[in-house]
Design a binder for this molecule. Structure first.
Ligand SMILES: NC(=O)c1ccc[n+]([C@@H]2O[C@H](COP(=O)([O-])OP(=O)(O)OC[C@H]3O[C@@H](n4cnc5c(N)ncnc54)[C@H](OP(=O)(O)O)[C@@H]3O)[C@@H](O)[C@H]2O)c1
Length: 302
């Protein structure tokens, strides 16, 4: 599978597996270990996590599966996120819903993630959401510590708009780790970051995009609301034309954008990951791309 250079140290697979819903998959460590081997065989090597997924349990479930095949660690890239605090019984200090981008929280969160994932380093650390209280100096200080200790190989953000990105980027510019990734919600259902200029801004700075909920969490394919009906009325016939699944058309649509957009698939099923991978071989025409785009917008382009 085609790979994407994130920085000097890290490459991603163009299709990424997300683990937000891992605690719902009801897999044993052996099942998940098999799943990981199948992903790697398909070339899907990049694994997206966050400290909070599954009430802070998903990283631990993943770590238990990884432990069964330690050699897998060098064949995959582990991405995790920090900065959201959710109330939980698991950690006394997490007593409310807030964002915490302090140096202390970022460093402690990475240490917890490493322990849960049973690894020594993250290939990428992402700040999960921008915070109104974000002080770029605090983030830079946290990165300094984590880089020095060899705990992160690249750095990025998620859900940052252009101003939030600029603020943090300027604050850490002199630092060894630039912002290499912005993880955004983008799909043939949610295309705001395409038309509001966020993706163009990232493209300008060579910041790679990873797309969360590339099938709108399944809503796109459920065809239950007006928007999904409109979009699927275009995607359905294209799937027939290219003799593939609708999900392949969705990933082909994302990947036609010139700023590299890598879909993070949330499915637990290898056959559905395979549908996403098939999208890599489909070249939609410009007209087909715009037909989907205008269906998402709900009106014609000017
Ligand atoms: N940075 C952020 O703020 C943020 C926010 C949300 C998510 N994320 C990341 O993005 C990842 C993906 O999010 P997502 O789970 O919402 O992504 P998604 O790929 O849009 O949706 C996956 C869901 O759709 C269902 N689905 C139904 N039909 C499907 C089909 N034909 N093919 C594939 N899936 C189908 C899947 O169920 P089955 O398992 O039954 O196939 C699964 O529940 C997460 O795991 C997480 O890593 C990041």
């Amino acid at each position: 599978m085609e790979r994407v250079q994130i920085n000097r140290n890290v490459e991603y697979s163009k299709i990424i597996q997300g683990f937000w819903r891992l605690n719902e998959w009801k897999m044993t460590p052996q099942d998940l270990n098999r799943h990981l081997h199948q992903l790697v065989e398909m070339g899907v090597t990049t694994m997206d996590h966050a400290d909070i997924y599954g009430d802070y349990t998903c990283e631990t479930l993943f770590g238990e599966a990884l432990k069964l095949s330690p050699e897998l660690r060098n064949q995959i890239e582990l991405v995790s996120k920090c900065g959201i605090v959710l109330p939980t019984d698991r950690f006394e200090q997490f007593d409310g819903h807030r964002y915490d981008l302090s140096r202390q929280h970022i460093v402690a969160s990475v240490n917890r993630s490493l322990e849960a994932l049973q690894t020594d380093y993250l290939d990428t650390l992402l700040i999960h959401r921008p915070s109104p209280l974000m002080n770029p100096d605090e983030v830079r200080d946290a990165l300094d510590i984590l880089v020095k200790e060899g705990k992160i190989k690249s750095f990025g953000v998620s859900n940052f708009n252009n101003d939030q990105y600029d603020l943090l980027n300027r604050g850490i510019k002199s630092h060894k780790l630039h912002i290499a990734v912005n993880q955004l919600e983008v799909s043939p259902y949610h295309a705001a970051s395409i038309y509001d200029g966020t993706i163009d801004h990232m493209y300008r700075d060579d910041v790679k995009i990873t797309a969360w909920s590339p099938l709108a969490g399944g809503k796109l394919l459920d065809v239950e609301d007006e928007k999904s009906k409109r979009v699927m009325a275009i995607i359905g016939p294209l799937a027939q034309k290219y003799q593939t699944a609708p999900a392949s058309i969705a990933t082909a649509w994302l990947m036609k954008h010139p700023a590299t957009i890598m879909p993070i698939m949330g499915t637990s099923r290898i056959d559905r990951i395979n549908d996403a991978v098939k999208g890599l071989d489909i070249s939609l025409t410009d007209q087909e791309w715009f037909d989907i785009y205008t269906a998402v917008l709900g009106h014609d382009i000017p």
